[in-house]
Ligand binder design. Structure first.
Ligand SMILES: [Zn+2]
Length: 190
Protein backbone atom coordinates (compact mmCIF):
# COMPACT_ATOMS: atom_id res chain seq x y z
CA UNK A 1 0.00 0.00 0.00
CA UNK A 2 1.25 3.47 -0.89
CA UNK A 3 0.50 7.04 0.15
CA UNK A 4 0.99 10.24 -1.85
CA UNK A 5 3.14 11.77 0.87
CA UNK A 6 4.12 11.46 4.53
CA UNK A 7 1.25 13.61 5.76
CA UNK A 8 -1.31 11.35 4.12
CA UNK A 9 0.42 8.30 5.58
CA UNK A 10 0.39 9.77 9.11
CA UNK A 11 -3.25 10.74 8.79
CA UNK A 12 -4.20 7.19 7.71
CA UNK A 13 -2.30 5.72 10.65
CA UNK A 14 -3.96 8.12 13.03
CA UNK A 15 -7.36 6.95 11.74
CA UNK A 16 -6.25 3.37 12.27
CA UNK A 17 -4.94 4.06 15.78
CA UNK A 18 -8.25 5.66 16.81
CA UNK A 19 -10.34 2.92 15.16
CA UNK A 20 -8.45 0.03 16.73
CA UNK A 21 -8.18 1.77 20.15
CA UNK A 22 -5.21 -0.31 21.22
CA UNK A 23 -2.10 0.80 23.12
CA UNK A 24 0.10 1.81 20.18
CA UNK A 25 2.99 4.23 20.00
CA UNK A 26 5.03 5.92 17.32
CA UNK A 27 8.36 4.12 17.68
CA UNK A 28 9.63 6.34 14.87
CA UNK A 29 8.00 9.35 13.34
CA UNK A 30 10.22 11.57 11.24
CA UNK A 31 10.21 13.03 7.74
CA UNK A 32 11.55 9.82 6.17
CA UNK A 33 9.86 6.95 7.99
CA UNK A 34 7.19 6.03 10.49
CA UNK A 35 6.84 3.00 12.71
CA UNK A 36 3.78 2.33 14.81
CA UNK A 37 3.92 -0.50 17.32
CA UNK A 38 2.60 -1.86 20.61
CA UNK A 39 3.14 0.60 23.42
CA UNK A 40 2.80 -1.83 26.29
CA UNK A 41 1.03 -1.30 29.53
CA UNK A 42 0.59 -2.95 32.93
CA UNK A 43 -2.19 -5.19 31.65
CA UNK A 44 0.03 -7.14 29.27
CA UNK A 45 3.46 -8.62 29.97
CA UNK A 46 4.09 -10.20 26.54
CA UNK A 47 4.33 -7.55 23.81
CA UNK A 48 1.70 -7.53 21.07
CA UNK A 49 3.40 -8.31 17.71
CA UNK A 50 1.32 -5.86 15.67
CA UNK A 51 3.58 -3.46 13.80
CA UNK A 52 3.51 -1.19 10.81
CA UNK A 53 6.50 0.43 9.15
CA UNK A 54 6.43 2.78 6.16
CA UNK A 55 9.06 4.85 4.40
CA UNK A 56 9.82 6.69 1.17
CA UNK A 57 9.97 4.95 -2.17
CA UNK A 58 13.30 6.08 -3.64
CA UNK A 59 13.81 9.83 -3.41
CA UNK A 60 10.22 10.81 -4.25
CA UNK A 61 7.44 11.91 -1.86
CA UNK A 62 5.56 8.58 -2.12
CA UNK A 63 5.42 6.52 1.08
CA UNK A 64 5.03 2.76 1.01
CA UNK A 65 4.14 0.34 3.79
CA UNK A 66 7.16 -1.97 3.88
CA UNK A 67 6.49 -4.07 6.96
CA UNK A 68 3.11 -4.97 8.36
CA UNK A 69 2.34 -7.48 11.09
CA UNK A 70 -1.49 -7.45 11.30
CA UNK A 71 -2.02 -9.75 14.31
CA UNK A 72 -2.99 -8.20 17.62
CA UNK A 73 -2.68 -10.03 20.92
CA UNK A 74 -3.58 -6.92 22.90
CA UNK A 75 -7.17 -5.93 23.50
CA UNK A 76 -9.19 -2.86 22.66
CA UNK A 77 -9.32 -0.06 25.22
CA UNK A 78 -12.19 2.24 26.07
CA UNK A 79 -10.03 5.30 25.44
CA UNK A 80 -7.19 6.13 23.09
CA UNK A 81 -4.72 9.00 23.26
CA UNK A 82 -4.93 9.33 19.48
CA UNK A 83 -8.51 10.64 19.64
CA UNK A 84 -7.35 14.12 20.62
CA UNK A 85 -9.77 17.06 20.80
CA UNK A 86 -8.07 18.66 17.82
CA UNK A 87 -8.38 15.49 15.72
CA UNK A 88 -12.00 14.92 16.76
CA UNK A 89 -12.96 18.50 15.89
CA UNK A 90 -11.67 17.99 12.35
CA UNK A 91 -13.06 14.48 12.01
CA UNK A 92 -16.56 15.56 13.07
CA UNK A 93 -16.37 19.03 11.56
CA UNK A 94 -19.32 18.47 9.21
CA UNK A 95 -21.57 16.90 11.84
CA UNK A 96 -20.89 19.71 14.31
CA UNK A 97 -21.44 22.46 11.74
CA UNK A 98 -24.72 20.84 10.70
CA UNK A 99 -25.80 20.60 14.30
CA UNK A 100 -23.97 23.30 16.30
CA UNK A 101 -26.24 22.82 19.33
CA UNK A 102 -25.55 19.11 19.57
CA UNK A 103 -25.67 18.05 23.21
CA UNK A 104 -22.44 16.90 24.82
CA UNK A 105 -23.94 13.48 25.53
CA UNK A 106 -25.13 13.14 21.91
CA UNK A 107 -21.67 13.95 20.63
CA UNK A 108 -20.19 11.36 22.98
CA UNK A 109 -22.65 8.82 21.57
CA UNK A 110 -21.69 9.79 18.01
CA UNK A 111 -18.01 9.17 18.74
CA UNK A 112 -18.86 5.88 20.39
CA UNK A 113 -20.95 4.83 17.40
CA UNK A 114 -18.07 5.46 14.98
CA UNK A 115 -15.08 4.36 17.05
CA UNK A 116 -16.43 2.47 20.08
CA UNK A 117 -14.39 4.69 22.41
CA UNK A 118 -15.23 6.98 25.31
CA UNK A 119 -14.25 10.63 25.60
CA UNK A 120 -14.71 12.93 28.57
CA UNK A 121 -17.15 15.85 28.74
CA UNK A 122 -14.21 18.23 29.09
CA UNK A 123 -12.81 16.85 25.86
CA UNK A 124 -16.09 17.49 24.03
CA UNK A 125 -16.08 21.15 25.15
CA UNK A 126 -12.54 21.44 23.87
CA UNK A 127 -13.57 19.89 20.54
CA UNK A 128 -16.30 22.51 20.17
CA UNK A 129 -13.92 25.34 21.01
CA UNK A 130 -11.45 24.14 18.34
CA UNK A 131 -14.26 24.16 15.78
CA UNK A 132 -15.35 27.65 16.86
CA UNK A 133 -11.82 28.97 16.35
CA UNK A 134 -11.73 27.45 12.84
CA UNK A 135 -15.12 28.92 11.91
CA UNK A 136 -14.14 32.38 13.18
CA UNK A 137 -10.88 32.15 11.24
CA UNK A 138 -12.66 31.36 8.01
CA UNK A 139 -15.24 34.15 8.53
CA UNK A 140 -12.45 36.66 9.09
CA UNK A 141 -10.71 35.44 5.97
CA UNK A 142 -13.87 35.86 3.86
CA UNK A 143 -14.53 39.25 5.45
CA UNK A 144 -11.00 40.36 4.56
CA UNK A 145 -11.53 39.26 0.94
CA UNK A 146 -14.71 41.33 0.79
CA UNK A 147 -12.86 44.47 1.87
CA UNK A 148 -10.13 43.77 -0.68
CA UNK A 149 -12.76 43.48 -3.36
CA UNK A 150 -14.41 46.75 -2.33
CA UNK A 151 -11.03 48.47 -2.63
CA UNK A 152 -10.54 46.95 -6.06
CA UNK A 153 -14.00 48.12 -7.15
CA UNK A 154 -13.24 51.66 -6.03
CA UNK A 155 -9.94 51.78 -7.86
CA UNK A 156 -11.51 50.37 -11.05
CA UNK A 157 -14.53 52.70 -10.86
CA UNK A 158 -13.21 56.15 -9.94
CA UNK A 159 -15.85 58.39 -8.42
CA UNK A 160 -18.06 55.52 -7.26
CA UNK A 161 -18.91 54.76 -3.63
CA UNK A 162 -18.82 51.34 -2.07
CA UNK A 163 -20.71 50.75 1.17
CA UNK A 164 -20.32 47.53 3.09
CA UNK A 165 -22.71 46.73 5.90
CA UNK A 166 -22.19 43.90 8.32
CA UNK A 167 -24.72 42.25 10.55
CA UNK A 168 -23.62 39.63 13.07
CA UNK A 169 -21.06 37.53 11.22
CA UNK A 170 -22.63 37.78 7.79
CA UNK A 171 -21.24 40.45 5.54
CA UNK A 172 -23.41 42.29 3.07
CA UNK A 173 -22.11 44.73 0.58
CA UNK A 174 -23.91 47.30 -1.53
CA UNK A 175 -22.30 49.20 -4.34
CA UNK A 176 -23.58 52.39 -5.92
CA UNK A 177 -21.59 51.81 -9.04
CA UNK A 178 -23.99 49.01 -9.91
CA UNK A 179 -21.20 46.70 -10.84
CA UNK A 180 -22.42 43.20 -11.67
CA UNK A 181 -19.06 41.75 -10.68
CA UNK A 182 -19.79 42.55 -7.05
CA UNK A 183 -22.98 40.51 -7.12
CA UNK A 184 -21.08 37.62 -8.65
CA UNK A 185 -18.43 37.90 -5.94
CA UNK A 186 -21.05 37.96 -3.19
CA UNK A 187 -22.57 34.77 -4.51
CA UNK A 188 -19.17 33.15 -4.15
CA UNK A 189 -18.46 34.51 -0.69
CA UNK A 190 -21.82 34.28 1.09
ZN1 LIG B 1 -1.98 -5.13 19.59
Amino acid sequence: MEFTNMEQCREAKRYYAVSCARPLKWARNDSNRVRLKFEGDNKQKVPCPWMLYASHVGNGPTIRIKTYVPRHTCGRRQRTKYATSSWLSKRFDEELRDNPNMKVTDFMKLIKKHYAIDVTEAQVYKVKSFLKIRIQGSIQEQYGKLWDYCEELKSNNPGSTVIMKTELQVAFAGCFCGCRLLLRFLRLVL
